[in-house]
Design a protein around this ligand. Structure first.
Ligand SMILES: *Cc1c(COP(=O)(O)O)cnc(C)c1O
Ligand code: SF4
Length: 345
């Protein structure tokens, strides 16, 4: 039964493009794959994989944009890019220590949508949506539907940042903040810039990797208006995620004066060996992105099958330090609820 191939028919059922004014990146979002059978069908995977994917999809829906799909090797159920986005039955399993709010985000909200855990830095949850659904995501259960909506609804969040003079850096996060249109982000940036003590803007996003056309002129324009170089932390777990289009997007960001960093998550069968991690660091540096963090998996319910033991992670990092220049080795960290920074491992 597992060798049965799925006919490639679902691709033609794609949602037609409606909004004519939408830019290329919005069309990529509209055309993204949201159905486990279509994902498996497009990649020539077997029917049993579809069954497993359907089970996982009920917990957290499939969402894979085309530019990322093109980098996945068809017919390979173990492709490290596929493993990040294909649901499996294992997601329904419960595991000791795994919960729906593993890093204490709900307790750390200083105002709705403002997570303030670390000195000087406040994280603004701008939206709940993402250009991809990473199966191991630590916010897969975050109650995004209870967040304020729209820039005006962010008044309370911005007031709380304005009232706390210790906040020097605001991190736009989510979800993925670059899911918002540039007009909205620009208005938000203008309001943040008006707060004297906010010196730095940081953006946590997987968008330049998932949909490289998101790095458009409108985005670069409002980023360039920020008085200090904006910091963008992207999320790449495997060297093959960076193709020519992603490299171009990174080049545009750098030309736009953005400092690019990467955070990755250590994931079983995706990047849990020293060769892949070294190749990832080299590929990132080739496109001007500095490795920043390698995260130990957050223990979020449904993701236990991705966990790599910390001892193995430490061995990987040790060998990386022997093979690579210091700046190519990310900091291996874990987020522990209640701590005042990420914890180095
Ligand atoms: C990870 C995180 C940050 C950023 O931490 P850095 O070590 O500065 O990268 C800030 N706020 C929250 C809530 C975080 O989880
Ligand atoms: S892009 Fe980030 S926030 Fe969105 S699903 Fe992936 S890991 Fe989670």
């Amino acid at each position: 039964m597992c060798s049965q191939k799925v006919p490639n028919i679902l691709a033609s059922e794609r949602v037609p493009v409606r909004a004519r004014s939408a830019g290329p990146w919005q069309r990529e979002l509209q055309q993204a794959i949201r159905n486990p059978a279509e994902l498996c069908g497009r990649l020539g995977l077997s029917a049993c994989q579809i069954e497993a994917a359907r089970a996982g999809d009920r917990e957290f829906g499939v969402f894979v944009p085309e530019p990322y799909l093109r980098r996945i090797t068809p017919g390979d159920p173990n492709d490290p890019l596929l493993l990040q986005v294909l649901p499996t039955a294992a997601e329904a399993e419960t595991a000791a220590g795994y919960s729906t709010d593993p890093v204490g985000d709900l307790a750390a909200q200083q105002a709705p949508g403002v997570i303030h855990k670390y000195a000087g830095r406040a994280l603004l949850v701008t939206t709940g949506v993402c250009p991809v659904h990473c199966r191991y995501c630590f916010r897969r259960h975050f109650p995004y539907d209870q967040l304020p909506r729209g820039v005006d609804a962010w008044d309370r969040a911005l007031d709380s940042i304005a009232a706390d003079r210790t906040i020097r850096e605001v991190i736009l996060s989510g979800g993925d903040p670059l899911m918002l249109v540039d007009a909205t982000l620009e208005r938000l940036a203008i309001r943040l810039r008006a707060i004297q003590h906010v010196e730095r803007l940081r953006i946590h996003t997987r968008m330049p990797i998932m949909i490289p056309s998101r790095v458009c002129d409108a985005l670069l324009r409002w980023l360039a208006a920020w008085p200090t170089p904006p910091v963008m932390v992207v999320h790449v777990n495997h060297p093959r995620e960076i193709d020519a289009e992603v490299a171009d997007a990174c080049a545009r960001l750098r030309q736009g004066g953005v400092l690019l960093l990467n955070q990755a998550v250590l994931l079983r069968d995706v990047n849990d060996d020293v060769d892949t991690q070294c190749a990832l660091s080299r590929r990132l540096l080739d496109v001007g992105v500095a490795p920043y963090y390698l995260h130990q998996l957050d223990q979020v319910a449904g993701a236990a099958h991705y966990e790599v033991p910390i001892a193995q992670g430490r061995r990987i990092l040790e060998t990386m330090r022997e093979r690579l220049p210091g700046y190519a080795v990310p900091r291996y960290v874990q987020e522990i609820a209640g701590e005042r920074s990420k914890t180095p491992l």
